[in-house]
Design a protein around this ligand. Structure first.
Ligand code: RB5
Length: 144
């Protein structure tokens, strides 16, 4: 079973639990918190997940905050992370095909639960197309 790292702030806590339950037979989740709806700071959780994926503890991850924005910006500071904040299945498909996104970001206050499931299904089951898109991904690395 593929290991999927998952992390959220308080805004994403309920959705994280629903996702873990819904996909329990499909994925093994590496849950990096948060572990309640008490207020926390989303950068810490974006960073925890980015570190776990960078270290190879999981190949792919899901991060959730209220909008999906703050936590994806935080995760994307890590050079090997390509986190895509998706609000529909077209974004989920294209970010896998074109950006080889390795982290899916979700906004718990933005996207309804059925759409969330469709986005996750699409993201997890769509292959990277490679070719010209590989060159573009290589160009994302800014010289130091
Ligand atoms: C927390 O209230 C909220 O700011 C956070 O979940 C997220 O939406 C930030 O981008």
């Amino acid at each position: 079973m593929e290991i999927i790292a998952i992390a959220c702030d308080h805004g994403g806590y309920d959705l994280k639990e629903v996702i873990k339950d819904h996909y329990a037979n499909q994925f093994e989740f590496l849950d990096l918190g948060t572990s309640s709806a008490d207020s926390v700071d989303y950068p810490e959780y974006g960073q925890k997940l980015a570190k776990a994926v960078t270290e190879g503890k999981a190949e792919r991850g899901i991060i959730i905050c209220g909008t999906g924005i703050g936590i994806s910006i935080s995760a994307n500071r890590f050079p090997q992370i390509r986190a895509a904040n998706c609000t529909n299945t077209t974004m989920a498909r294209l970010t896998r095909q074109h950006n080889d996104a390795n982290v899916l970001a979700l906004g718990a206050r933005i996207v309804g639960i059925e759409v969330v499931f469709d986005i996750i299904d699409t993201f997890m089951n769509t292959e990277f197309e490679g070719g010209r898109h590989s060159r573009r991904i290589e160009k994302m690395s800014v010289p130091a």
